[in-house]
Structure formats: C-alpha cells, structure tokens
Design a protein around this ligand. Sequence first.
Ligand SMILES: [Zn+2]
Length: 279
Amino acid sequence: MPELPEVETIRRHLAPHVEGRTLEAVDVLDERWSRPLAPAELEQAIQGRRVERLDRRGKYLVWELSEEIYLLMHLRMTGTLLLDPDGSRHTRVRLDLGDHTLLFDDPRRFGTGELAVGPEALDAFFDARLGVEPLEQDFTPEHLFALTRTSRAPVKAFLLDQKRVAGVGNIYADEALFRARVHPLRPANKLTRAQCEAIRDGVVESLLLGLEHKGATIDDFRDPYGVSGTFQDRFLVHTREHEPCPNCGRAIRKLRVAGRGTYVCEHCQPRPRVRRKPL
Ligand SMILES: [Zn+2]
C-alpha cells in the first residue's frame, strides 16, 4: 500500500499537470469507488470545477476544487493514478482535464473517492480519521511521548494507527523502529522520552529518505508516469529477512506484529521483557 512518501511523490508529479485545469468530464465506472454517493452524484458535484490545488493529508490526495469542494482520494492497496496512459486494464474512474486524461487504475478495487463540501466538512473528515502529520512541525518528541501515554498497543501497531500518526504504514514503521533501536512489540505507553525522541527522528528520517527516492516500489505502487520509486533498494530491515543487520551483522528476523509482516534485528532492537501476570 502506498504510504506518505509514495502518495506525496504522486502529488508532486501530478500537481503541475492538474492545478489550474478544469475537470471537464468525470466518469466513475465503479459504483464502489464513490460510496456512499452514487457515481452520478459525485460526478455532478465535481464536474466543471477548477482544480485550485492538489494537496495531501496522511495517505489521502486532496483535490481542492472551486467553491471549496474537496475530492478526497485514497489509493488503498493497489490504486494508482495514470496520466495520459496508452491503456489501463483496471480503470475505475476517468477524469478529463482538457489536455490531460487521468485514470484511477485499481485491480483490487479498495481505493475510494469521497466528497467534502466546505472547509468545515473537510476538517471534520480528517479529524475523525487522521492524527498528526509526521513531516509537520508539531510532530515533536514531546507530542509523540504524550500520544503514547494512552496506548498499551505494541509501538508498531501504534505507528500504523492513522489516528495517531498519519501516513506511516508497514514499510516506514519498520524502518523507523530499527533506526530508533526499539522493538516493534514494546508497548507504546512503556516507551521512555528518549525512545520517543528516537522514534520521532526515525519516522522523519525514513519518510524523508523515502521521498528523496520517490517512494518504494513493491506490490503495485507506480507513480503517475508508470515510473517506479527506488526506496526499496535502501530498506534497512523491511523485507530483508535472513540478511545481515546493517548495524550489527546478525540476521534480520521476520515477525508478525499487528497482523503485518514485521522486520527486526532483535539484537539492536531488544525484545521487551514479558512480565508474568500474578496468579
Ligand atoms: Zn543489529
């Protein structure tokens, strides 16, 4: 699934091609995409509107349209946006922007397009779904420490929870925790201030490095030109089972945390001690 750096890469590529243009025709081919709205309802709401700005919040692409109408796209597992492609096998939505055509291609059909009418509706939508933006200034070690106090979840699950930190997924959580030398199973509320600071730095460094390499290409992520990011070649631990840890040389292990394949060096990231429950 595309995470913050992948979605931001898509946004940066697309923005110059869509901003200032008009959505001349919108064709939602799959009624599942626009739920709870019917395709015709969504089409009517956005057709003919100018694209003022293409923005991002967490893993959402935010299309700011004229008169404060917002189209909120989520690519989920396999969604991708193809700009002026020769063809597309899994087109779910077609946007005609005059001199450009944009297709929402999505073999597994989990991607979505939702509507927010007015800035208050937009804020309410994201307040209900997303926490702090990790590349914004308010993502400080203190902020992260305060957030972790209310969660007994393993820190990996905590980082994957979009309502805590927006935009971090399986790749960047593993990379961040390795950088921070924190085991993914450590309960969030047991983290020290120093660990929270290290995790905060690890998250920011991993995301920035991912952005620098235009995201990671695993599964079906492609950017709008069908060109692929190369961050997967820079992974420190993610998908590196049995390979030597870049820090200590011991073998990287694959565990299952929060239902996700999780990569860890249990020497550099010591497992939390299990406290026996009193009888
Ligand atoms: Zn190691």
